[in-house]
Every structure is written in C-alpha cells, then in structure tokens.
Design a protein around this ligand. Sequence first.
Ligand code: DGJ
Length: 729
Amino acid sequence: MSIAYFQEERIFKLNTKATSYIIGVIDEDNFLGHLYYGKKLRSHQVSYLGRINEHPFIPSKNNRDRVSFMDAFPTEFSSHGLGDFRESCISIRTEKGCSAIGFSYRSHEIINGKPELAGLPSARGTKESCDTLIITGIDEPTGIEMKLIYSVYKELDVITRSVKVINNSPSVCYLTKIFSACLDMDNQDFEAVTLHGSWARERHIEVAKLAHPKLSVESVRGESSHHDHPFMALKTRDANYDSGEIYAMHFVYSGNFKIQASLDQFGMVRMVCGIHPQDFCYRLEKGESFQAPEVVLTYTDQGFNGMSQTLHDLYRDHLINGIYKDKKRPILINNWEATYFDFDTEKLLAIAKDAALLGIEMLVMDDGWFGKRGSDNCALGDWTVNEEKLPGGLTYLVNEVNKLGLKFGIWFEPEMISPDSDLYRAHPDWAIAIQGRTAALCREQYVLDLSRPDVIDYIYESIAKILRSANIEYVKWDMNRPLADLGSAYLKPECMGELSHRFVLGMYELQERMMKEFPHILLENCSGGGGRFDPGMLYYSPQIWCSDDTDAIERLLIQEGTALIYPLSCIGAHVSTCPNHTVGRTTPFATRGLVALFGTFGYELDITQIPDEERMMIPEQTAMYHKYNDLIRTGDYYRIASYRENRFYDLAGVVSKDKSEALYIFIQVMGRPNHRSRIIKLKGLNPLFDYRIEESGEIIAGDSLLNGGFVIPQLNGDFQGKLIYLQKI
Ligand code: DGJ
C-alpha cells in the first residue's frame, strides 16, 4: 500500500515513487494538519514540522489565542471565518445566514484503486496503479461533513485531490465557495510559473516572484479560457529545466477556476485551487452532496523536464482514453484555413483527391456545412446538412471521400445557438440570458443553457443523428464564445448560482454520451483555438486544437507552454499556408512541418492551390510523421533551449523510454551574421550507449553528446529548422 496510517502518532503517510505527503491529526480538536510534501522520506515521524510547541500553541494549551493558532497552523483544508484569515477553501451559508465553517477529523478509510467522481472527468486509476485515502471531517455545530479524497499513484509522482461536501445539517444550505485542494508550506524563495495568453497566443510561460500581494490565475469566462490556464507551479529560484524543486497544481475542470498562491505574515505559502467562487452558489438540500472537481498535484526536484515528464505520463496513461489512446492518429487535412465558409462538395472532393495522392489520410469538413450557414452569423443549433452546398448530403460526400481512401471528419459547435436559427426561433428560452436584460452577443451567438436536461437531449440527438447518418470517424467539437448574462429560464432563482457549473457538467455529459455511442470516433476538442485546452477536456478527447494561430514561429511559444504540462500527442498542430493568416509571416514549408511534427501533425491549407515545390514536400512530411510519431507520442520530453528566453533558437526533444532512440527539433528563428556553429548538450540519452546520427551516419558516444554536446551548424536564413534523429547502435 502506498498509504499508511500510524495510529499512535495519528499520521497519514502517502508515498509515490519518489515523493511523500504527510498529514497529521492534531490536538484534542482533531485539526487536520499538513506536515510535509516533497522528496520521499523514510520515516513518518515528522510531527515536529507542525510546530505546535511554539507560539501561538495549540488550543488545548492556549485557547485564549485560538484565532492566532488558526491563522498560523498549516492545514489540509482551510476553514472559513474561524480565525484563519488566509484564503479559505470553503464557505457555506446555512439557514441561520452565517457562513463560517471548519472541519475536524472524524474518520478515514484507505482503499485500493481510485474511485471515479460522479459526472466529472478525473484521472483514471486501477487497483494496480493507485491507492486512495478518504478522510471524513465534520463541522460539529452544523453537522456538515466533508470528505477529502487523495489518490496516490504508486509509480508516478502524482497525488490527486478532491473534496465532497455532504449536507448533513438539519436544513438546506448554500455552498458559496469550494476549492478542491490546499497546500500550506514555508516559502522557499518561490517563483510562480503560470501560462498566460489570449486568442491566438495561448499558454505562454510566465514566471513571477511570489511576494506578499496574492498571485492568482483565474477564469470567470465559463471555460478554462485562452487567457489564464488552470495550472500553477511554485518553483524554487534555482530551479531550471533539469534540476530544482517544483510544486504544481493542475485542475481537471473546464469551467471557471481559481488557483492562488499567497505569502503570509510568517513567510508561509498557501496555494489553493478550485472552482472560482464568483457567481457560484450551490443549493444543497438536507442529505444532498456536492462533488468538487479534481486537482492533480505533483512535486519534483528534477526541474521542469521532471515535471513535464510526470504530467505527460499521467495524462497519456491515465487520462486520455478510447481507441486512439495509444495509437497513431490519421493525418488529417482540415478545410478551415483553405476555404473558410466558401466550400461545396466539389471543392472538398478536389482537396481530398490531392490529399489522397500525397499521403494524407482524412478530410475534415469544418464550420459551414449545416443549416443556412454561409458566415459566422447564423444557424448554430440547426444541425441539418445544407444540401445546396453538399448536394446528395453527407452520404454522397463521405462515400466519395472514402472511395479516395480517406477517412472523413466533421465540425460541430454543439453548445451554441445563433439568434438567426430555427432552433432559437422555436426555443428562445434555451439560450443563457437574464430575463429583462438583452443578452450580449459574441460572434453573433448565444450559449445554450446546458443546465436543462431537455436541451442536452435535443442537442445530443441532433448531433448523433448526423453521426449515425454516414461513416464519420472524427469530430472537431468547437466552442467559440465565453459565458455571460448568466441566467436560466429553467433554474429557480435560488439555484441560479449553479448555472456555470451545471453548464460544464452538461457539456461533459454530452461528450460522455457521444463517446459511448461512437467509440470509434477520434474526438478533437477546440474552443476558438485553445480556449478550453485543459485536463477536463482531455478526459474525453485524446487531442485538443491548440491555437488558431498556425504560424510556425508563434507556435513555438504556444507549444512550448502547452508541452510544459501536456503530452505532444494531444497538441493539435497543422501545417498551414503562408503568408500566415493570423500574423502574415512567411516561413519555409519544411519548418512548418517540423513544428507541427511535435504535435498531432496535419494540414490546414488549400492543397489544390499551394506551389508545386510545397506540394512535393508533403509525401516526405507524411513519411516523416509515420516514421517518428510512435517516438513522439510515447517518449520522454526534454526542453533544451527556448526561443522565449534566448530570442534566437528553440530546441526540444523526445527520447524513447529505453533511451534507444531520440529525436530533437532545432528551429533557428533568427539567422545571425558571422557566427560559428553551436554546440548544444543533448538531454535524456544513456551515457553508456553509442548513437548513430541519422543524417551524417556518424557514431557518437552518449556521454559525449550529453557532456560535450552536438554541433549544429548555422543555418542560412531566418525560420530555418533541423531534425536530429539518433539511434543506439
Ligand atoms: C474556431 C476554430 O478554432 C477554428 O479552427 C475553426 O473551426 C472555426 N472556429 C470555425 O468557426
């Protein structure tokens, strides 16, 4: 068992492969104290780290200063309104109108395996991979209970946490705040690493010193967002790619969130993570419970690469699911940047014909095939084929595409409704809006009220009908606006604060149902690019469209931030046309191919129009994908250099688990005059192996490549790329 309870000392010790997490039950009041999280310890005897023998002392020794104790004690789950003035994890308004609450230890159970969280995505765990500790706490005055759930991965340095609140009080109460995890520890000169962005600029890495003003990342947009990412890591100042300590939290949820780190008066850090409390208010009848989403926690002393590798393994092995989990994905060509809304069957088949000849394996028909949609101003919700554009409907188109040897994929935006749609004309009350207030449009559309079971059923049936009607093997599920005007014609006023969360649950239910009925489908989530790229969505789809910005150089920054925490196998990346539609930059076709290779790899251009020299490179690129994708999907990721830091070049690699092969991609962003070649120390190789460099045939010892380095010549020009592949001889 990876979890032990030491009865005499009242200590829980949770052990992953290389880390320990230690919780103590303290004092007569049974406080749940956080004693330790970090490198694996031999002993559980660390009660001294709770420092209860120094001022302000524990309440049984000094009840006159109970508030001071509460405000200094390192806790597992912070209380609200009881003297701990740091960030609380929970707030519940009872029938008395008060919201103070705190839990003391009542009991616990340790089970083998990892229970699922009802209605929510969560990392998967088997009896072989996980053990779970469930600590029950009680707030005596109200009777309200909570369960702190910790699942421990035995072979991975990951602990997942979540919380369940049970209203065992005599009457209704309102949960107005619920975070899923709390981590108290002394400051170690921490810096916070976060991923910030915007549309077309998602997940850029940012580092900020943790100081006294609170530092938080959050979304109140109803989705995890392009802007902040539900991730934060605290790193020691000396931590770099390969060494140094990092504590990270990643939220398995796709709606409003908040992750905050704060430094208190005593130099202690509190990190919390959970659903954003803004507008959140969940009514719990007597006996009802609320399950909060899961947080992934990891600690490493192996720097960023250590953290990335752990999270990649977790997501590849325990989150991503379905038939494509461990499989190479078909190389697709998507018609969005090729045609936007201006396409018909003839155009799509022309693209498919050329694509088939060049090694592409699937045609994806993007937005614009349904209702009377000829632009982004109408028809969302009318999921019927537009036969003017597609004469003979999907049956004809898909058959023809299949005859060319290509699979067929389709685009939906199921959570949305256009005011100019038959659906809206029939059911205006199905849109999220506040009665008496004109709801704000965004991309000329509203969001459907997925708190309503009738809406969920209707939408499910209308998309399922399309999926049943033809041989569709891929779905791109898009979501192109945030939630605003939070009101539902269905929810009672006292439940209105549940809308954002119920919306997310409704969307999860739709995806769950779709993947159950159509398990053969490759699902790619998307939200105006990468606006909902989070572990919650990854639970349903093995890949997510990373950004609408397909420029190879912009993608270096976006994909670096994304790969910091997500496996390359899930990062939707396409070769598109130049000048690039978002930034107007022209980069070599070969470089676009190399950047997309460290993602899912596909195309998004009018293949019938591109220059011949580019077209002729496609078979070479598709062959490259087939040759290296197993390694890219399954290997360990190493960041070696970042254009974000050095402004000149970028270099990352993947090394197979057995270290027998490695692939590095070097991008010279800016050419420089009068410079010699660069010597770069490679990473991840076995020093004792000898490797053959594919390009030159040279054989170089692993320790020479690691310590002496590899010589990369100056390439001629900006935006040039180079692939370096080595194999053990
Ligand atoms: C946003 C997506 O990110 C694009 O790839 C494309 O599917 C458009 N939506 C279609 O409206």
